[in-house]
Design a protein. Structure first.
Lengths: 256, 329
């Protein structure tokens, strides 16, 4: 295999607006790579197009121009079930992204059945226990519904759900933004460990520069639908080239 | 003036602007009473910006809401006092509180989209609280609104004064709420996560605006947030809460952040990702605050003096063990 693991090339997305005309161009010819086992940060403010790019990569935004290729294969705009399996997403709000009526076990098992993983019920149960270990949760919580869990626990379950189908890339969209700093630190470490242990690639979308610095290998800065700068994390933070990156860094609060 | 103080404090006025004195609040859950706040004491002086930080469930918002007299029905103040310029606001069944709210004290909330009235033009909304008190005409009120909007950095205020909240961006809405808060020229401003929903660039502008207002009005701020970096940017004094208690507070935020005395403060700071300095692996906390029903019901011990103007709770052996282990679970 040659080239990067994931390559989103010249992606443009235009949303129709109520008024007649050209519509709103949310992404304009954006190109972004994520290497195997690499953690890439995507930072920008609200409306910059960072979530839209994440949705294009995962396959939730089917209307775009440009190509998304993964492991050397160009992905169709409407993904096949196998293609969907390889790239999974974790969302911001752990309270909104889990079905309140299902226990963790039901949520995970449903996925395993849909994707035909795991074989017998016992094998599936064992796989779920393993997933819980992977996200540092007690297996006893498999039979609990989300209402009985804290925000951090829910986000770990959301991550376990993403991991259940053995993805190669996870797109995390503001996955720690709704959490307390103490809980956030645990989730960031979990992402880093998963990469080290399983070779997972991660596209980490966030508006929080300090979080991105603590986790990512490379950072892409997106502004008004265009990637304005991509560089290694330390290069971005020590020697930002683009004016907008400098502005973002100057605005970010920090401890003394 | 204590040696730990970094902010020039008004010497002539020795009574603090706001004094929360051993405030206890209890929560009623299924007919039983539980301690939600346990002997919380803190002061804010004129011109001082005090950060009040803690995780969800630490009681920081309850403290703020109690001080504003906005506790939900399930919570009630059981003992302690809240004094504004030496006057106990709780003593006469909330009458004094009603008198100072909107004149002496003002509030800025996290979500301006919710706090603002969606069907009232923002210009009118800003001056609504003061216009009738001062008996102004419509035109006078509008002129004042435009002046305030200019003061909080809204460009083209004449145009935006006639807009409704939904027509404004999040940052503009927060500016409108701040304009409404400063309309009465408050001496004390309570802030509840006012920049949490905003972009970093907008957040930086709002913090700069707060600094400007702090100087112009010489107002005291009690600034509640979970974001220690934001507090470090704006505040000069700091109180840290955990499980309904203050575990550490100092009149010199920088000194406290540099050498936290309580293991919980230390753990909390170790979890904060940094922009500058060496990139380190963060430390997650072993446990967040336990739910109310599982907390110790023993009364809190008084804080010990670390230095003048700097106090911390004595940590029990269990707490030291709990907060000192960096845990990944």
């Amino acid at each position: 295999m040659t080239g990067p693991h994931l390559r989103a090339e010249r992606i443009s997305v235009t949303f129709a607006t109520r008024r007649r005309g050209k519509g709103h161009r949310a992404l304009n010819e954006v190109t972004l790579d994520v290497g195997k086992s690499e953690i890439v940060g995507l930072v920008g403010e609200s409306g910059s197009g960072k979530s839209t790019l994440g949705r294009v990569i995962v396959g939730l935004q089917e209307s775009y121009t440009g190509t998304v290729s993964f492991a050397g294969e160009v992905l169709a705009h409407r993904r096949s079930i196998v293609q969907r399996r390889a790239i999974q997403m974790v969302f911001q709000d752990p309270y909104a992204s889990l079905d309140p009526q299902m226990t963790v076990w039901q949520m995970l098992e449903e996925l395993l059945i849909v994707h035909k993983i795991g074989g017998t019920r016992d094998a599936r149960r064992e796989r779920c226990r393993e997933l819980m270990r992977l996200v540092h949760m007690p297996a006893s919580l498999l039979d609990v519904r989300p209402a009985g869990m804290s925000g951090g626990q829910r986000q770990r379950i959301a991550l376990a759900r993403a991991l259940a189908v053995d993805p190669q890339l996870i797109v995390a969209d503001e996955a720690t933004s709704a959490l307390d700093v103490s809980v956030q630190a645990g989730i960031i470490n979990l992402f880093a460990d998963l990469r080290d242990q399983t070779g997972l690639s991660i596209l980490f979308i966030s508006h929080n520069l300090a979080v991105v610095r603590s986790l990512c290998d490379r950072v892409a800065v997106i502004y008004q639908g265009e990637v304005v700068e991509v560089a290694g994390t330390e290069a971005i933070f020590n020697a930002p080239q683009h004016d907008y990156t400098r502005q973002l860094l100057a605005a970010a609060p920090d401890l003394p | 003036m204590t040696e730990g103080g970094s902010q020039a404090v008004d010497q002539a006025d020795s009574t603090p602007l706001l004094e929360i004195d051993r405030l206890c609040v209890s929560a009623r859950i299924k007919g039983e009473q539980f301690r939600a706040l346990d002997a919380v004491s803190l002061t804010v002086r004129r011109g001082e910006a005090r950060g009040l930080v803690g995780e969800s469930g630490s009681g920081k918002s309850i403290t703020l809401r109690a001080a504003m007299g906005l506790l939900p029905h399930s919570l009630s103040v059981t003992s302690g006092a809240i004094r504004f310029k030496g006057r106990d606001l709780l003593a006469d069944g909330g009458k004094s509180l009603a008198a100072v709210r909107g004149t002496g004290i003002a509030m800025v909330f996290q979500e301006p989209a919710v706090a603002l009235n969606p069907v009232m033009r923002v210009g009118r909304q800003i001056v609504d609280s003061v216009a009738w008190r001062r008996g102004w005409s419509r035109r006078e009120a509008r002129e004042f609104a435009v002046e305030l909007m200019t003061q909080v950095g809204i460009r083209d205020p004449r145009r935006w004064a006639d807009a409704y909240p939904h027509q404004l961006s999040g940052g503009m809405r927060q500016r409108v709420m701040i304009a409404a808060a400063v309309a009465c020229q408050p001496e004390m401003i309570f802030c509840d996560e006012p920049t949490t929903a905003l972009d970093v660039t907008v957040q930086a502008q709002i913090l700069a605006l707060f600094k400007k207002l702090q100087q112009e009005l010489n107002a005291g701020f009690l600034y509640v947030t979970h974001d220690l970096s934001v507090v470090a940017e704006f505040c000069s004094t700091l109180s840290v809460m955990y499980a309904g208690r203050i575990v550490e507070q100092a009149d010199d935020l920088k000194a406290m952040v540099a050498e936290p005395a309580h293991p919980y403060t230390r753990a909390l700071l170790a979890a904060v990702p940094r922009i500058k300095g060496p990139a380190k692996r963060l430390r997650g906390l072993a446990s967040s605050a336990p739910p109310l029903t599982e907390r110790s019901q023993a009364p809190a011990q008084p804080l010990a003096q670390i230095r003048p103007g700097w106090q911390a709770a004595l940590a029990t052996k269990d707490e030291i063990a709990l907060f000192s282990t960096g845990v990944e679970a």
